[in-house]
Design a protein around this ligand. Structure first.
Ligand code: AHR
Length: 571
């Protein structure tokens, strides 16, 4: 925000509230004339304004601190709704990794922890409350070593999990348990196929087992295992990071695999033959390196020249927020320096999404292929004492801000980014939920997903604003971020994030095409940049009510430092 506008706002904020209304300096002067001691007041006001103007002229900072003076104007035009913000942008990822599945979801039917067919009830209730649209499973790197037959039937095959801590994999949580879990939370299936160490036959048989209505041997086996009706598989990932942990493939090698798997992993569910087809998602880029640009070009070019026998509907993008893979930052006990470094790093998502959307536009200008950000989130150093292969980290208000910034980026690219899965849902990396035996705690990131519920399947509405700047040392970031959307009932919602951990922000919102009467919502903030929820203190970072003042069709509200706020605007 320019120094000039700061001065104007300073003038407005400093006037006494004569007749109750907010007025600019000139009106204030005239009102002052009719008050006792008018000359004295006038002289004082002239001195203040002269001082401020002199500062503008010589270009030095105003006397008042920025927190007292800065206002940000947001303007929304509801007559210009954009693309749908697909509810799948709020997807989750659950890998067989640490306590992500075992203990996080699965405790077994004999556990003392309240459960339904082995799946913990507290976790199900918490996930239902954020309307999880889909859950990607079983990995991750784990997927390329997963053999589905070991996880069905009464006798499970016990194997190892060499990727993640080398621990025993009991296979107690397999296909049926995953589908049951989805059913309990009301989410759709997003299976990740084993392309690395599996075969097209194994994948084809898994899909037949899951989806056929015919009395084939596999169909009958599914029924014998408790599910006579075919399952619906909404999304199918063909491999995971095949350029790395998924088999270190070259783009050409992966493409030959992709075509085979896309052809033969068929979905036979009669309900999924028309508009409701299973969407196939190819491995895409994993960062900014030239090899990922080459990879993306190769996959998209092959798709453009495809023959009838194979197809794709999505291209994956993986991107974690990590300042240095060799020296990962801590997830607790950090200060403003680490706060600002992580937020700077996370904003790189915008560049990646723009870059890969641009490449996709070349081969798919109609935007048939979705960019699916199916692994994203913060990646910090493991908590001391935890198995380093379990990727256990705490989740602070910093992660809540990070989540909101990324969700906003996806929403702004909603025409291309139609699915995203935060890594990972429970107990791993940037988790929604943490558990310890019978205890469960909801993280600050969880609450962002809760605040953002109205944006699921909303129509994106552009917001114009001057973000201002938050500076810490060498790092300068936008001070604010905002998105808006209309929900299915036509109600307008505004999400605003104040990145600045030190200064509150005064916001003025005008809405063209709508006369606001009321604006209420919730805000999430915390005492410190590293504030977390723990099993002992689960309510340190929880949303609280907020309402805007509405006057003359304009909304004004004060955002707390380091906060995420969502309000509905009612007319
Ligand atoms: O989410 C943890 C791991 O990160 C996933 O298994 C892998 O796909 C990625 O490298």
């Amino acid at each position: 925000m320019s120094g000039k506008s700061e001065l104007i706002y300073a003038c407005r904020r400093r006037q006494p509230s004569v007749n109750g209304g907010g007025k600019d300096c000139p009106c204030w002067f005239s009102q002052c004339f009719i008050l006792p001691f008018a000359n004295l007041l006038r002289r004082a006001s002239l001195i203040i304004c002269t001082l401020l103007v002199s500062q503008l002229v010589v270009g030095i900072a105003p006397i008042a601190t920025a927190s007292q003076t800065e206002k940000v104007k947001l303007s929304i035009d509801v007559s210009k709704p954009g693309p749908k913000i697909d509810r799948n942008l709020f997807g989750q990822f659950a890998e067989h990794l640490g306590h992500g599945v075992y203990e996080g979801i699965w405790v077994g039917p004999d556990s003392n922890i309240p459960n339904t067919r082995g799946i913990r009830n507290d976790v199900v209730a918490a996930l239902k409350a954020i309307k999880v649209p889909n859950v990607r499973w079983p990995g991750g790197c784990f997927a390329d070593e997963y053999h589905w037959r070991k996880g069905i039937g009464p006798q499970r095959v016990v194997t190892l999990n060499p990727n993640w801590g080398g621990v025993i994999e009991s296979n107690a949580f397999g296909t049926h348990e995953y589908m049951d879990f989805l059913d309990q939370i009301g989410a759709e299936a997003f299976l990740s196929l084993n392309v690395g160490s599996g075969t097209p036959q194994e994948a084809a048989e898994w899909l037949e087992y899951l989806t056929t209505t015919q009395p084939t041997t596999l169909g009958k086996e599914r029924a014998a295992n408790g599910h006579p009706a075919p399952y619906k598989i909404a999304y199918l990932g063909i491999g995971n990071e095949s350029w790395d942990c998924g088999g270190n493939m070259t783009p050409d090698y992966y493409l030959s695999q992709l075509k085979i798997y896309s052809r033969f992993a068929r979905n036979f569910n009669p309900a999924q033959q028309g508009n409701n087809q299973m969407l196939k998602i190819a491995v895409g880029p994993g960062g900014n390196e030239p090899r990922f640009i080459e990879w993306t070009e190769a996959v998209m070019k092959a798709w453009q020249n495809r023959q009838w026998s194979w197809d794709l509907q999505g291209l994956s993008l993986h991107n974690y927020t990590v300042v240095s893979w060799d020296h990962k930052l801590a997830s607790v006990g950090f200060g403003e320096s680490e706060y600002s470094r992580i937020l700077k790093a996370t904003l790189e998502m915008e560049g990646l999404v723009s870059k890969y959307s641009g490449i996709m536009d070349k081969y798919d200008p109609q935007k048939n292929i979705a960019l699916v950000v199916d692994e994203w989130g913060s990646w910090y150093a493991s908590l001391p004492g935890a198995n380093p292969g379990f990727l256990v980290q705490q989740n602070s208000i910093r992660d809540a801000i990070l989540a909101a910034l990324n969700l906003n980026i996806f929403a702004r690219h909603a025409d291309r980014v139609r699915m995203a899965n935060i890594a990972q849902m429970i107990n791993v990396l940037q988790a929604m939920i943490m558990t310890n035996k019978e205890k469960m705690v909801l993280t600050p990131s969880y609450y962002v997903y809760k605040l953002y519920l109205p944006f699921q399947d909303g129509s994106f509405v552009p917001v114009d604003f001057n973000a201002g700047v938050y500076t810490h040392g060498e790092i300068s970031l936008p001070r604010l971020d905002a998105i808006a959307a209309k929900d299915s009932s036509g109600k307008l919602w505004l999400g605003i994030t104040n990145l600045d951990p030190n200064r509150s922000s005064d916001i003025e919102v005008t809405v063209a095409g709508l006369t606001p009467k009321k604006a209420i919502g919730q805000t999430l903030t915390a005492p410190k940049v590293d504030s977390v929820n723990t099993f002992e203190s689960p309510n340190t970072v929880v949303p609280k009510a907020i309402s805007a003042k509405v006057e003359g069709g304009m909304l004004t509200l004060k955002l707390e430092p380091k906060s995420v706020t969502v309000i509905s605007v009612e007319q």
